[in-house]
Design a protein around this ligand. Structure first.
Ligand SMILES: Nc1nc2c(c(=O)[nH]1)N[C@H]1C(S)=C(S)[C@@H](COP(=O)(O)OP(=O)(O)OC[C@H]3O[C@@H](n4cnc5c(=O)[nH]c(N)nc54)[C@H](O)[C@@H]3O)O[C@H]1N2
Ligand SMILES: Nc1nc2c(c(=O)[nH]1)N[C@H]1C(S)=C(S)[C@@H](COP(=O)(O)OP(=O)(O)OC[C@H]3O[C@@H](n4cnc5c(=O)[nH]c(N)nc54)[C@H](O)[C@@H]3O)O[C@H]1N2
Ligand code: SF4
Ligand SMILES: [Mo]
Length: 702
């Protein structure tokens, strides 16, 4: 008998509702759930590929222990004990900081990590904690922490009501949206134009998103100049209008003065967008009934990422669109809404990395420091690494060098379902059971959605007796380590129990208007999810700054504006600039073993403007070498008029070239590692976020 299950897809930030039909142990079909209040039936190929993930023969089913270079199965209890002994030995011998901890992206997509991960990692007491945040959205958190007093007070573009959306450095048509959970982005973006609004996209590539609206090419890494010129234009043309937030803001005059040099002409010469277009953009932002400025990876992961994210907040503020319908708004999730009662506000610069003195943010150091912290001898040198749901060899700067460094460690353990480019260096791999065997509640992305909703996903399959879930692995590791540390520690209850408790403490625990009281039972009775209504203004009540005001002009910004001026005065590079590209059928490094997603033409190719190819005598499909002072890789070149001249583009997360991994499909489609070209020294100095875009490279025939 077929059974129908309802579930939120956990693979990307869009959290689409899925309808999964099973029969016995087989998945018969995966389709979009029309009744999901957020996604309304949308699904992408990755959602369908959950079937391949569930039955992937390469997904590890038991813990593995490397003995004399050979992988051997080991029992869970022995594995926990061994890991605990090694970690305890190394931290006793060399100090707590000798343990490094890297948490990758799927941590935030799996609620057992968020509920139970810290239970274990807290025991380590190391300062050498890293995560994918610092190759991603760190500037967003830092700016929110500075301006609103909380790293998670992240205003979300009110996509479904805005009249003008300005997108910089994001391609939600491929990524399905980021820090903007917005399933079925195509129809949401089209709706803006259908209701008479405008979509403008600033990107060095005419992306799938750019094709839905007005597009302007920009030189990689120069958005900060454009954004400051827009702010300057609004001030100097007296088009600043503050809404109810005006009385909470200081320093607006100081901002006006600080950006006064950024004439449209000067910014234009630097960024490549004409002065007239900059002025027109400013005027349209100011006069639209509502407008939202939204910037993601392409503006976060460059040398002025923090300045860009600050400027985006300021633009939304001074056009009266921050905390306003159709502008940018905070979400109201059912669990843990960021606000004054939340303890996870963040913190910045309370300590620094040992070798390069890079600043901590929210108890993590920039992951560009990981390499040198492993390879530089001295007190506090990392001797052991723990990686949890991460593949930093393919996803962090100079990954090829990190690959080498991981091989030098005394000890490494990875909590990961795959034996891949990173985990091959581990002494132990602790693989979690299939995601479809455990329940799910999206703690992270309900906080970032363009519409409020709540949804619980029960497990679909039972896990095999010998398998463990991530949260059980963390409990197992925590108990074993605590025992050696002689610390009293109880295992945490199941994530589901914690969720039930948090819901009962949450803002929807009592019925309100059309919305029923939300408890785990109500969610279980409404498996497609419960609509909690559109986003609504609330910033004034939720500010977490010490004085309850908006810190409009954080102290570190003015010097950074001066740094930008200097960069604008120095001669621009005349070489090629490499940017990244996401693909609907891929997800960072880790879904390349799923046959359904690998069908079709190879995707790890270098897109180049035809003129740039002609100049170098490169033919379509020809193998080229891309190189710079950091490293070199080889891949086929493809002509594309989508590219801005002098800008080349490739996806990250490829480079499945090692014979000692266990990912048969991925290894048949290896591609090349873009992060063999990114530099650990290429940083936004304000926060240490990595530069992943606008990398200077040379391209020649291989
Ligand atoms: N050049 C360049 N580099 C980039 C980027 C870029 O745009 N350009 N993007 C950056 C960004 S935004 C990010 S977020 C990072 C991602 O960086 P990482 O998170 O380090 O890399 P992923 O490829 O997401 O690796 C995820 C790992 O988690 C494992 N995994 C998947 N699901 C689970 C699970 O449920 N439990 C456990 N325990 N493990 C699981 C997978 O097997 C895989 O090993 O990459 C960054 N790197
Ligand atoms: N299919 C798929 N979906 C994903 C992922 C994936 O790997 N595959 N990864 C997930 C993750 S971890 C994240 S963080 C999100 C990221 O979500 P997005 O940020 O929407 O994804 P990107 O495709 O990296 O978009 C960055 C855009 O910036 C442009 N760009 C590069 N440099 C510059 C610049 O200097 N200025 C400007 N203005 N633009 C620039 C690029 O051409 C690209 O179009 O996607 C998530 N969703
Ligand atoms: S868009 Fe994201 S959440 Fe939706 S089905 Fe695809 S991978 Fe899953
Ligand atoms: Mo990311």
């Amino acid at each position: 008998m077929p059974t129908t299950h309802y579930r939120a897809c956990h693979l990307c930030e869009a959290i689409c509702g899925l309808k999964i039909v099973t029969e016995g142990e087989q998945i018969i079909s995966i389709t979009g759930d029309m009744d999901d209040p957020l996604s309304k039936g949308h699904i992408c190929p990755k959602g369908v590929a959950l079937k391949d993930l569930h039955r992937d023969p390469d997904r590890l089913k038991t813990p593995l222990h490397k003995v004399d270079g050979q992988w051997q199965p080991i029992s869970w209890d022995d594995a926990y004990q061994l890991v605990a002994e090694q970690l305890h030995r190394i931290s006793t011998q060399h100090g707590a900081d000798a343990i490094g901890f890297y948490a990758g992206n799927p941590n935030v997509h799996n609620y057992g990590h968020l509920t139970h991960g810290p239970h274990f990692s807290r025991l380590l007491k190391t300062k050498n904690r890293f995560s994918a945040t610092s190759v991603d959205q760190l500037p967003h958190h830092l700016v929110s922490y500075w301006m609103y007093g909380h790293q998670f007070l992240l205003p979300i573009a009110d996509l479904d009501h805005t009249d003008f959306l300005l997108v910089l450095g994001a391609n939600p048509m491929a990524s399905n949206g980021s820090l903007m959970t917005a399933p079925d982005i195509r129809n949401r973006l089209k709706a803006i134009r259908n209701r008479g609004g405008e979509l403008v996209v600033i990107d060095p590539r005419r992306t799938e998103t750019a094709k839905l609206g007005e597009h302007h090419f920009i030189r990689p890494g120069t958005d900060a100049a454009l954004l400051l010129a827009l702010i300057n234009h609004l001030f100097s043309s007296n088009q600043v209008s503050l809404n109810h937030l005006g009385s909470l803001c200081d320093d607006l005059d100081a901002i006006a003065t600080a950006v006064s040099a950024f004439s449209p002409e000067w910014a234009s010469a630097y960024c490549g967008i004409s002065a007239d277009d900059i002025i027109s953009l400013g005027n349209r932002l100011a006069t639209a009934n509502s407008a939202a400025v939204y910037g993601r990876m392409g503006v976060s992961t460059h040398g002025f990422g923090t300045l860009c994210q600050w400027a985006i907040q300021v633009l939304n503020l001074i056009t009266g669109n921050l905390d306003a319908r159709g502008g940018t708004l905070l979400t109201h999730p059912a669990v843990n809404p960021a606000g004054p009662t939340d303890h996870a506000k963040g913190g910045f610069g309370r300590w620094h990395s040992r070798v390069r003195q890079l600043p901590e943010f929210a108890k993590e150091l920039p992951c560009s420091a990981m390499l040198e912290e492993i390879t530089t001898a001295g007190t506090g040198q990392i001797k052991a690494m723990i990686t949890v749901a991460g593949n930093p060899v393919l996803s962090t700067p100079s990954g090829h060098k990190l690959d080498h460094a991981l091989g030098q460690l005394d000890f490494m353990v990875s909590v990961d379902p795959y034996l891949n480019e990173t985990t091959r260096h581990a002494d132990l791999i602790l693989p979690p059971a299939s995601p479809l065997a455990h329940s799910h509640y999206d703690l992270a992305f309900a906080r970032l959605a363009v519409h409020n909703s709540a949804k619980f996903s029960p497990a679909i399959f039972a896990k095999a007796e010998q398998e463990r879930f991530d949260h059980q692995i963390f409990n197992g590791l925590a108990l074993a380590l605590a025992k050696l540390q002689q610390v009293e520690l109880k295992p945490l209850p199941e994530p589901e129990k914690l969720l039930a408790h948090w819901l009962s403490q949450g803002p929807y625990s009592k019925a309100r208007g059309d919305i029923p009281a939300i408890s785990l039972d109500t969610l279980k009775a409404n498996l497609s999810g419960i609509d909690l209504g559109p986003l609504r203004p609330s910033l004034t009540k939720r500010l977490c700054t010490s004085d309850g005001r908006i810190h409009t002009f954080p102290a570190a910004i003015a010097p950074d504006i001066e740094r930008l001026k200097q960069a604008m005065d120095s001669a621009p590079s005349r070489g090629l600039s490499l940017i990244g590209k996401r693909d609907l059928r891929s997800n960072n490094s880790w879904m390349h073993n799923l046959p359904y997603l690998l069908k079709g033409k190879p995707r790890c190719v270098l897109l180049m403007h035809p003129d740039d190819m002609t100049q170098r005598h490169i033919n379509e499909g020809q193998q080229v070498t891309v190189s710079n002072g950091v490293g070199q890789i080889s891949l086929p070149a493809c002509a594309s008029r989508e590219m801005m001249p002098q800008v080349v583009c490739m996806p990250h997360g490829w480079g499945h070239t090692f014979s000692d991994t266990r990912q048969q499909v991925a290894n048949e489609h290896p591609g090349a590692n873009m992060n063999a070209l990114t530099d650990v020294n290429g940083l936004d100095p304000l926060c240490g976020n990595a530069i992943l875009s606008g990398i200077e490279v040379e391209v020649s025939i291989t």
